[in-house]
Design a protein around this ligand. Structure first.
Ligand code: DAK
Length: 258
């Protein structure tokens, strides 16, 4: 079974993350498939790419917690590099990328949406960075991207509190471009994609490159020091406590800082 589905029509590609049984959480195999597809389609005549999640409940509910729990600290650095490269491939994708956020966009899922150029959300979409509640930090370049997008003060509040934000608040914060009734999300996204696809392809691609440079959004977003901070959190009691609690569907015991 494939964790991704891809179709293209009228120069617009739609890439669907297809792991609804785990709310489209990103595991290693899924990340590998996304890499492969993005690499294949980057050299085609695509004019706009849409990324969405399968099902009505979730865009991407973050990195796979079960997979992260089993990572040794030494493996965590490599893990962080791979995920980062994927986000950079999306951010630097030659044509514009729209995230059609059809539900939960948490942790790595929000980071993925932030790597896209435009975010259009369903009314039921929910955003947040739960990482600190799991004993880790966001590491797919999302910290830099959210600070760039909404400013350090608002970004830090979301990062430090781990609170979830509904679509309307995400709109007012500037995280998303627009909010749509769930049943209309994809058709509205395709209207925007068609507007982009109707413009001169070379001009659009070069405009994206120029905009990324101006906004300081071009890769790299992830530094070795960020990787070291992520690695440091791995193997702590707090991280194991929080991730085990999630998988066992209970609250973690009080954090100790150890
Ligand atoms: N990982 C694995 N499984 C997940 C998952 C996840 N992130 N999210 C949901 N699932 C699974 C659930 O375990 C459950 O599986 P079964 O029990 O059915 O086998 C199934 O999806 C349905 O989920 P729920 O039963 O929990 O559904 P609910 O409607 O009750 O709740 C929820 C929906 C989205 C509120 C809840 O599932 C939830 O809180 N999910 C976890 C959200 C989360 O914390 N995500 C962030 C993960 S941390 C880094 C790179 C990346 C990251 C960090 C560093 N570096 C490179 C340094 C990223 C970190 C993260 O993303």
């Amino acid at each position: 079974m494939s964790y991704t589905a891809y179709e293209v029509k009228d120069f617009i590609g739609t890439l669907t993350i297809n792991r609804p049984e785990a709310l489209n959480a990103l595991n290693g195999e899924l990340i590998g498939e996304l890499f492969k597809t993005l690499k294949e389609i980057a050299s085609t005549d695509l004019r706009c790419l849409v990324i969405t999640g399968k099902g009505e409940k979730s865009f991407v509910a973050g990195a796979d917690i079960e997979e992260m729990l089993s990572l040794a600290p030494s493996e965590a650095l490599e893990y962080s590099r791979t995920g980062n490269e994927l986000m950079n491939v999306i951010a630097d994708f030659p044509s514009p990328v729209i995230a059609a956020v059809n539900g939960y966009a948490l942790g790595g899922g929000l980071e993925l949406a932030l790597a896209c150029d435009i975010r259009m959300a369903a009314e039921n979409a929910v955003f947040g960075f739960p990482e600190v509640s799991l004993g880790i930090l966001p590491g797919y370049g999302g910290i830099k991207r959210i600070v760039n997008l909404i400013g350090a003060g608002k970004a830090k509040e979301l990062l430090f509190t781990a609170r979830r934000v509904k679509a309307e608040e995400a709109l007012s914060l500037g995280i998303v471009n627009s909010v749509h009734p769930p049943a209309e999300l994809m058709s509205d996204v395709l209207i925007t994609a068609a507007q982009i696809a109707g413009n001169a392809p070379r001009a659009v691609r070069n405009t994206k490159k120029a905009a990324n440079n101006v906004a300081g959004l071009a890769a790299p977003h992830f530094t070795e020091s960020e990787g070291a901070l992520f690695k440091e959190c791995f193997g702590t009691m707090d991280q194991r406590n929080a991730m085990c609690a999630f998988l066992e569907k209970r609250k973690p015991v009080a954090f100790t800082g150890i």
